[in-house]
Design a protein around this ligand. Sequence first.
Ligand code: ATP
Ligand code: MG
Length: 445
Amino acid sequence: MRVSRYFLPVLKENPAEAQIVSHRYMLRAGMIKQQAAGIYSWLPLGLRVLNRIQQIVHEEQERAGHIPLLMPTLQPADLWRESGRYDDYGQEMLRIKDRQDREMLYGPTNEEMITDIFRSHVNSYKDLPLTLYHIQWKFRDEMRPRFGVMRGREFLMKDGYNFDVDKAAALHAYNRHMVSYLRTYERMGLTAIPMRADSGPIGGDDTHEFLVLAATGESEVFFDSAVTELKLGNREVDYDNREEVAAVCKEFTTLYARTDETHDAALFDAIPEDRRKVARGIEVGQIFYFGTKYSEAMGATVVTADGSKVPVEMGSHGIGVSRLLGAIIEASHDDKGIIWPEGVTPFPVGIVNLKQGDAAADAACEGLYKALAAKGLEALYDDRDERAGAKFATMDLIGLPWRITVGPRGLANGVVELTSRRSGESVEMTPEAAVARIAEIYAAI
Ligand code: ATP
Ligand code: MG
């Protein structure tokens, strides 16, 4: 993409309404525009990151054997009357009437609808296990929408639902979700700690929230600092192997890590003092096992191997897809702007032409742009007739992890400069070597 042809409405001034750094940088980098309280348009740069995050979520869900579908945003109220949640949900639910005076709502979550799909089509244990998920917009009429996409009213969520014949199988699905989430967040460059949490209005017994530590987080969290050292890395996990998946979960949930709702002072005090941490965190996901809460209320049953008919065992599992942009920026920025991890960056690399109009510099930039494209890497090429300082400031603000700087002086010696956004270090090399280096970095992502 060439900046001269792109839509990148960067702001010079700090927007007054933004209280936290991620919101400020998302507005300044031209990623989002607020349309109403807690409701945003996704401008091209923001959309690219949102799409990257969705792609990682899809890849990791499919790796775990979970199946995508797509349910609508609008739902009939009657479904929610079956579970009893239509009246319970309160003012967070946006209720709408259609022209026939039928009561509808903009879905805040999808347990009822997925249970309805299940009961319409599945009735045998032979069709289980089954986990269906989608990435879809949700609406919750939050009392205090704030911090940009972090607490929106309309927001994008991945929500998945498992259906299993018995509790042991459902707990395996729960564990599968935990492992797939750990991998998902790590690919986004995040450390998200599973913490034992409270189940709230979804209901149920077992639940963990995934928290990214950040001073601006809305949750108070208590943990053993050793938990922050745990990494899943590139290990291969066989998602069908119950023991193996359970062992990974055990590794990540044995050290003390809880939100304030489930905090236990006595257990916390047993942690060696230098590892006892109280901090703030951003909730980027949550998994629940709730058994037959919805299947009993809505008549979703399966016939088991011995011929008896039982309500299906379920759980639900969510990732805050749009909130993740805010969480990633809170975790990865400096005073010049965002620093995108390679896994989610809107463009893998930026090209800055120091002297637009100089024949050699223009040709070298074009050559780099095409050579990168040939390797499947779409660079953001700043081809505007602007001062170098302004181009650098924009690149730093929008946070591409790598920048190639091209100028007549370097070219006279056959070199361009490759700069890491994170470390600020620059290395001179030939254009070919720069392309090879970038390709090598992204091949490993
Ligand atoms: P919170 O406690 O932050 O209000 P929640 O526990 O009500 O969230 P869940 O029902 O667990 O939310 O939804 C799954 C995920 O969706 C959350 O972990 C969070 O990342 C995201 N999410 C929830 N509410 C919002 C919101 N208003 N704006 C953006 N993302 C949200
Ligand atoms: Mg939650």
